[in-house]
Structures are given as C-alpha cells and as structure tokens.
Design a protein around this ligand. Structure first.
Ligand code: OAA
Ligand code: MG
Length: 227
C-alpha cells in the first residue's frame, strides 16, 4: 500500500480560450510571456507529427522511475486534460509507454507531458495523443508510489498548477498561468499579426532592416569596409 495525495483540482480554462491557443505557436506564446515562461528540454517524442495541442493541466508528481500515481491520473482525468507529470527530470526509467498512451487516448486525454523519460517511442509517435518528454529510455517504471495529483509541480524548470493552460507543438511546451492566460493570448494574437506582416514584407522585398544598424554601433578595425 502506498499513498497518492489528492489536492483540490484547479479552475477550468474557457474552451474558447483553449481554441485560440491552438492558433498560436509556442514561440509566440513564450515571447508573449517576455521569453521566460516556458518548459525547457521537453519535446515531442521523435516522429510524432501531431497538431498543436492546448488544454488544462492535470498535475502529477511521481517518484522518479515510478508510475503508480500516473495510472491513477489516467483514470481521474477529464476529457481534454493535459497530464503534466513531474518525474523529477530523471531519465533513469521511462514513466509511460504505448499501453498508457493508448489508454490515454480512450480517456480523451489531450496530451502527455513528462518531465522525465518515456518508452515505446515509435508506438507513442504513431498514436493519436501527443507525447512530450525530456528523453527516451527502454527501462520501465516501478509501480510502488507514492505521489500526488493536482498539486503544484515543476516541468522543465517551470511551475505548473492544476488548471494552468498547457500548449505544446514542434518547438516544445509552454504553460500559461491560469490568471494570465487571456492577457497572454491577446498579446500573442498581436505578435502573430505582426509576424505575418513581416512575412509579407519579406516576400514583397519591403522589409525594414534599419533597426539592425540602429541597434549596433559599428566599430571598424584597421581597414575600410567595402560597401
Ligand atoms: O509498463 C509500463 O508501465 C509503461 C509501458 O511500457 C507502457 O505503458 O506501455
Ligand atoms: Mg510498454
């Protein structure tokens, strides 16, 4: 017998806001949090080609190399949840694999984010549920516990609370704190429009590059620079 501490679940973000998040690249969203609000080192498993995903965090803290409470989380998850599993960043053992990935799919789980390793990476990559992890390891987990659900965790150096908005794509994973999510999305939409204008200016040959010379004081050393 082991323990699984159950905290009270966090708030549930608005579905329209989650929909808006799916239109915003993680790069734009982390820019919109002043380039400091991202999960570091946790990426899509190799070969996974899923579209961008966004959902509320169901936070899981487990002992490194053990997945008993992750199994509990799979059974308690609500459709659309993103499991954020803090396995202490350990790569010693995988925390989940293809069986759990397939079960997550039938439970309607939106994504699995593991601050630790996973295995069966080819099977996970072929499945419908996006999986993000710090690494891959064939060595499987123990099932002894303990752990906790819905409490605050860390993933890739970022604090994640139950109900925070988790967004993942080909660049990795960002977490929008629940209270700031609407503001970050609004900033992100503005940045996306600005980037689209830059793409059009690049294609049309009208991109203004004057900021580069303004930002740099050039120092010529010993010879004239041809222009
Ligand atoms: O055995 C486990 O606990 C993890 C695993 O490989 C799977 O879910 O397929
Ligand atoms: Mg397996």
């Amino acid at each position: 017998m082991s323990t699984c501490r159950l905290h009270r679940p966090g708030p549930r973000p608005d579905t329209a806001l989650l929909e808006q998040c799916r239109d915003l690249p993680t790069s734009i969203l982390s820019d919109s949090m002043d380039r400091v609000g991202g999960v570091r080192g946790v990426h899509r498993v190799p070969g996974g080609r899923w579209p961008r995903v966004a959902g509320p965090a169901l936070t899981v803290r487990t002992r490194a190399g053990d997945n008993l409470v992750v199994h509990r989380a799979l059974d308690l998850a609500r459709p659309g949840d993103v499991l954020v599993i803090d396995a202490g960043g350990s790569l010693e053992r995988a925390i989940l694999g293809e069986i759990m990935g397939r079960y997550a799919a039938v439970r309607g789980i939106a994504a699995l984010v593991v601050d630790g390793a996973v295995r069966d990476s080819e099977g996970l990559a072929a499945g419908p549920v996006p999986v993000f992890a710090l690494g891959i390891n064939h060595l499987g987990p123990y099932k002894d516990g303990p752990g906790e659900l819905h409490g605050p965790v860390q993933a890739g150096g970022t604090v994640v609370r139950s109900g925070d908005v988790v967004v993942g794509d080909g660049d990795g994973v960002v977490v929008l704190p629940y209270e700031r999510a609407a503001e970050v999305v609004a900033r992100g939409q503005e940045r996306l429009r600005d980037e689209e204008e830059q793409f059009a200016a690049i294609a049309g040959g009208t991109l203004d590059r004057s900021w580069v010379t303004r930002a740099l004081a050039e120092v010529h050393v010993g010879h004239e620079v041809d222009r």
